[in-house]
Design a protein around this ligand. Structure first.
Ligand code: MG
Length: 172
């Protein structure tokens, strides 16, 4: 009887929420290209107030979105000098702390990077590891995909880079 009651209550209070995030950055010669917390050798990179990690910014917004905690711009405004050049891995860790303080546990992450070049396949494993470590997740629950935009639009011309992220969290 006790076990039946415990099982029922456990499932009654289990609450899952989904989050979605998107970000875009302009690309320019002479800037650094940091994606998923990994610096990628490139003659061009993202123009940004922080380190311009478009992937982690999309991920932060997905996490905040799932928890109903606003967006990355509200928490870390680009008008605030303390965030100039800040590592987005650090921002991601702060977002995870915010979620933890609200009693949320991260279940999984799924991200897509959209860029024309350089090829990021050689760096994907390192990015997944950095994200998994910052979020306290096993590697298999951090998915990272990449695609080009088939030379179409501003991504195709190399003017910009986009990232999408989704996540699921659980309220404990
Ligand atoms: Mg951004």
């Amino acid at each position: 009887m006790f076990f039946v009651l415990e099982f029922t209550l456990f499932h009654f209070f289990l609450l899952f929420m989904v989050g979605f995030g998107y970000d875009i950055h302009r690309l320019a010669e002479g800037e650094s290209l940091i994606l998923g917390g990994v610096e990628i050798p490139s003659s061009f990179g993202t123009v940004a107030h922080s380190d311009g990690d478009v992937l982690l910014h999309a991920l932060c917004d997905a996490l905040l979105g799932a928890a109903g905690l606003g967006d990355i711009g509200e928490h870390f405004p680009d008008t605030d000098a303390q965030y100039r050049g800040i590592s987005s891995i650090e921002l991601l860790k702060r977002v995870m702390t915010l979620l933890g303080n609200e009693g949320y546990v991260l279940i999984n992450i799924d991200c897509t990077l959209v860029l024309e070049r350089p090829k990021i396949l050689p760096y994907k494993a390192a990015m997944r590891e950095r994200i998994a470590e910052a979020c306290g997740l096993p590697l298999k629950r951090v998915s990272l995909k990449a695609t080009t935009s088939e030379k179409l639009g501003f991504v195709g011309s190399g003017e910009g880079i986009e990232a999408y992220a989704a996540c699921q969290i659980e309220e404990r």
